[in-house]
Design a protein around this ligand. Structure first.
Ligand code: NAD
Length: 251
C-alpha cells in the first residue's frame, strides 16, 4: 500500500542515518513531502526528500528559523518526527553533570524546542501528529544506561503530557520505544565496548543480540513502519501511547 501519507508535510530530525533516515525514506515512499534535517548535512546526501536541511536540535534559533521557513513555504507541518538522541554509557555514579546536561539537552529539550516551534501551527490548522522516539530503556531497567534511561523516560512523560493537553484540538502525540536496533551508532557502541573490554566485536554484538528474545537486532525499517502508522490517519484514534517495538525484550 503506497500513499498512506499523501498530502502530508513531515519533518524528521536526525534524518542523516539510522532510524531517522529510515523514517524519512519511509515517509517519502508513502507520499509525504519530507523535510529531512540533521546537524550533519553530509549524512543527508543521497536521501530523497522534498528538502534536506541542516538542523541542530540544540540550537533554538535554527529551529525558530526553520519553523518560519516551513510555515511560509508549506503552510505548516502535519507530522513532526523527533528522532535525535544520544546514548550515554554508564551508571548514575559514572556520569558527570556535563553529561547529564548534554543528554537532557539533546534527548529531551530538543523535542520541547521543536514542539514549541511547530505545535502552534498545527493547532491553528487543527491537526497534527507528533512522533517522539524514546527507548525501551526508558521503561525497563538496563545496566549502564542511567542517563539515557532517565532522558527517555522523560520523553515518555513529555509525549503523554502533549497528548493530554491537546487531545481535543486535533493533535496526536505518541512515542516509539525501540529495543536494540542495528544503526551506525549501535555499531559505534559495539566497537567502543569491544575496545574497552578486550572482547571481540562479534562477542559484544552477540551480547546485544542475546538480550532480545527474538534472537536478533531490530531493523531501522521496522521502526520506520511503525512511525508511518503513527504519522498516518490510520492511527487517528491513537494518542498518548508508548509503542514498544523491541523483539520481546521488555516482555
Ligand atoms: N539504535 C538503537 O538501538 C536505538 C534503540 C532505541 C532508541 N533509539 C533512539 O533512536 C534515535 C536514533 O538512533 P539511531 O541509533 O537510529 O541513530 P544514530 O545514533 O546512528 O544517528 C543519530 C543521528 O543524529 C544526528 N544528530 C546528532 N546530534 C544532533 C543534533 N544536535 N541535531 C540534529 N541531529 C543530530 C547525527 O548526525 C546522526 O545522523 C535516538 O533517539 C536513539 O536514542 C535507538
Amino acid at each position: 500500500m503506497a500513499g498512506r501519507l499523501k498530502g502530508k508535510v513531515a519533518l524528521v530530525t536526525a534524518a542523516g542515518q539510522g532510524i531517522g533516515r529510515a523514517i524519512a525514506e519511509a515517509f517519502g515512499a508513502e507520499g509525504a513531502a519530507v523535510i529531512a534535517t540533521d546537524v550533519d548535512t553530509g549524512k543527508l546526501k543521497g536521501l530523497k526528500a522534498k528538502k534536506s536541511l541542516k538542523l541542530d536540535v540544540r540550537q533554538p534559533k535554527e529551529i525558530a528559523a526553520l519553523a518560519k521557513a516551513v510555515n511560509k513555504e508549506f503552510g505548516g507541518l502535519d507530522v513532526l518526527a523527533n528522532v535525535a538522541g544520544v546514548v550515554h554509557h554508564g551508571t548514575v555514579l559514572d556520569a558527570t553533570d556535563q553529561e547529564w546536561d548534554f543528554a537532557f539537552d539533546l534527548n529531551v529539550r530538543s523535542m520541547v524546542r521543536t514542539v514549541r516551534a511547530f505545535l502552534p501551527g498545527m493547532l491553528e490548522r487543527g491537526r497534527g501528529s507528533i512522533v517522539n522516539v524514546a527507548s525501551v530503556a526508558g521503561m525497563k531497567g538496563v545496566a549502564n544506561r542511567a542517563v539515557y534511561a532517565t532522558t527517555k523516560a522523560a520523553v515518555v512523560g513529555l509525549t503523554k503530557s502533549i497528548a493530554a493537553d491537546y487531545v481535543g484540538r486535533g493533535i496526536r502525540c505518541n512515542a516509539i520505544c525501540p529495543g536494540t536496533v542495528d544503526s551506525p551508532s549501535l555499531r559505534d557502541r559495539i566497537a567502543a565496548q569491544a575496545a574497552s573490554s578486550g572482547q571481540t566485536t562479534a562477542e559484544v554484538e552477540a551480547a546485544f543480540v542475546a538480550r532480545q528474545p527474538m534472537g536478533r537486532l531490530g531493523t531501522t525499517a521496522e521502526i520506520a513502519a511503525l512511525a508511518v502508522y503513527l504519522a498516518s490517519d490510520e492511527s487517528a484514534f491513537t494518542t498518548g501511547t508508548i509503542q514498544v517495538i523491541d523483539g520481546g525484550w521488555s516482555n
